[in-house]
Design a binder for this molecule. Structure first.
Ligand code: GAL
Length: 368
C-alpha cells in the first residue's frame, strides 16, 4: 500500500504544478505561433464506445483544452472506431486526406495501425499516441503508468483477501484485448504482485475488451473451478467486471468474491458502493487529456521547448525507440477512496453515484 500512498502524493503534486503553470508551458495563448497560429484542426481518434471513458471524458477534455490553448480558434475532428481496427484505419486515412494539422491517436490495434501512422508522417502530419502505444513513427506518447495500474489492482485484491490469503487460493484472471499493448502491461504488473501469493487457476485474454466475452469466459471458469472455490477475480477493467458480476449472479452466487476493475466508470463506482466490485483504478483523465492537447498544439506551433517539457519520459515501442512521453500516475478506488478520487476531481458528484438504488449503501459508508 505504500506505493499507492506515494501515487496519491505524486498525483496531487501534478495537479499543483499545473496550478502554478509549470505544466502549462503551452497554456499561454499569447506565446503562440511561430510555425502556425491558433487556426488549426486536431484529429482525435478514440478506440471504442463500450468503455465510457473515451466519449465521456477523454475526448471532451481534449477538445476543451485545445479550444483554450488556441483562443477558441482551433478545431477538433473526432472519430470513434467502435473497437474495429479496420474502421480506425479508414477514419485516420480520411483525416490524412483532409490534411489535419496533427492527430491524437488511441489505437484499437497498435500494430495494425503502424502503416497508417507512417502515411501521416509522410504527409507531414505529426501523430501523438494517446493512452495506447501505437507502432510506427509517432512523435510523442501520453499515457498512464500502465504497469502500475496492474500492480495497484493486484495489491488491492491481495488486501481484500486479507491475512487469510493463502498461495492455494484460486484466482481467475480476466485480461484485456490482445491487440492493446496496455493489456499486456496491466497483466505483467498484476502478475508481479500475485505470483507465488495465490494460484492463478484460469487466465483469459478478452477480444475487444468485450464484457460479453468476459462473462462467457467467467461462466466457463465458474463451471470448471466450482462457484465456491474462487477466492477472487482479477478483471482488467470495469466494463468486463460488469460481465463477471453477471456470470456469478447467473450461477446463483450472491456473496461475491473480491473483483477488481479499472476506469472508475459510474456503474463500477456504484458497484463498489454496494460491495459487488471491490475496487477500480481511477485514472485522472483530465491530466492525460490536457497533456495530449498541450503536446499537439506545441507540435503544430513548433514550440519545441514546451514539447520537451511536456515529454520528459522515454518509452520504446516494437518499432521505435526513445519516444518522448509523459506517463501519468494512477490511484486505487475502493469504498474508502471514492471521495478523494472521483469526487475530489469533479468527475462525479455524490448525487451521480448515490441514486435511489444506492442511497442506503452510500449512507452506510458515509458518502453524502
Ligand atoms: C485500455 C485503457 C483502459 C481501458 C481499456 C478498455 O487501453 O488504458 O483505461 O479503457 O483500454 O478500453
Amino acid at each position: 500500500m505504500r506505493r499507492i500512498a506515494i501515487s496519491v502524493a505524486a498525483s496531487t503534486m501534478t495537479l499543483s504544478l499545473a496550478g502554478c503553470g509549470v505544466l502549462n508551458a503551452t497554456g499561454d495563448p499569447s506565446d503562440a505561433s511561430p510555425t502556425k497560429g491558433n487556426d488549426m484542426t486536431v484529429g482525435v481518434l478514440m478506440p471504442e464506445e463500450t468503455n465510457t471513458r473515451y466519449a465521456e471524458f477523454d475526448y471532451p477534455d481534449i477538445k476543451n483544452r485545445i479550444s483554450e490553448l488556441t483562443r477558441k480558434q482551433g478545431r477538433t475532428e473526432y472519430a470513434n472506431a467502435g473497437a474495429d481496427s479496420k474502421k480506425q484505419v479508414s477514419q485516420m486515412e480520411k483525416m490524412i486526406g483532409e490534411k489535419v494539422d496533427v492527430i491524437i491517436l488511441d489505437a484499437v490495434d497498435s500494430h495494425a495501425i503502424a502503416s497508417t501512422v507512417k502515411k501521416a508522417k509522410d504527409a507531414g502530419i505529426p501523430v501523438i499516441a494517446y493512452d495506447r502505444l501505437a507502432e510506427g513513427p509517432i512523435d510523442g506518447y501520453v499515457s498512464f503508468d500502465n504497469e502500475l495500474v496492474g500492480e495497484v489492482q493486484a495489491r488491492t485484491l491481495l488486501e481484500a483477501l486479507g491475512s487469510k490469503a493463502d498461495s492455494s487460493d484460486k484466482i481467475v484472471m480476466v485480461n484485456g484485448s490482445p491487440t492493446d499493448p496496455n493489456a499486456k502491461q496491466f497483466k505483467e504488473g498484476a502478475l508481479s504482485e500475485l505470483s507465488g501469493k495465490v494460484t492463478i487457476a484460469e487466465s483469459f485474454d478478452t477480444d475487444k475488451w468485450s464484457p460479453d466475452v468476459a462473462q462467457a469466459n467467467m461462466t466457463r471458469a465458474i463451471n470448471s473451478i466450482g462457484k465456491d472455490n474462487i477466492a477472487a477475480v482479477y478483471s482488467a477493467n470495469d466494463a468486463m467486471a460488469g460481465g463477471i458480476v453477471k456470470a456469478f449472479n447467473n450461477a446463483g452466487v450472491t456473496d461475491l468474491p473480491p473483483i477488481t476493475g479499472q476506469d472508475a466508470e459510474l456503474a463500477a463506482v456504484q458497484r463498489v458502493v454496494s460491495g459487488e466490485q471491490y475496487m477500480s483504478v481511477y485514472k485522472p483523465y483530465p491530466d492525460e487529456a490536457e497533456a495530449a492537447a498541450e503536446m499537439a498544439v506545441a507540435k503544430v506551433q513548433g514550440h519545441d521547448i514546451q514539447f520537451d517539457a511536456l515529454t520528459r519520459d522515454r518509452v520504446d515501442s516494437p518499432t521505435d525507440k526513445d519516444i518522448p512521453a509523459q506517463l501519468v500516475t494512477v490511484n486505487a478506488l475502493t469504498r474508502k477512496s471514492i471521495k478523494s478520487t472521483v469526487i475530489a476531481d469533479g468527475i462525479y458528484t455524490v448525487d451521480d453515484i448515490c441514486t435511489a438504488a444506492y442511497k442506503a449503501d452510500c449512507a452506510a459508508i458515509g458518502l453524502k
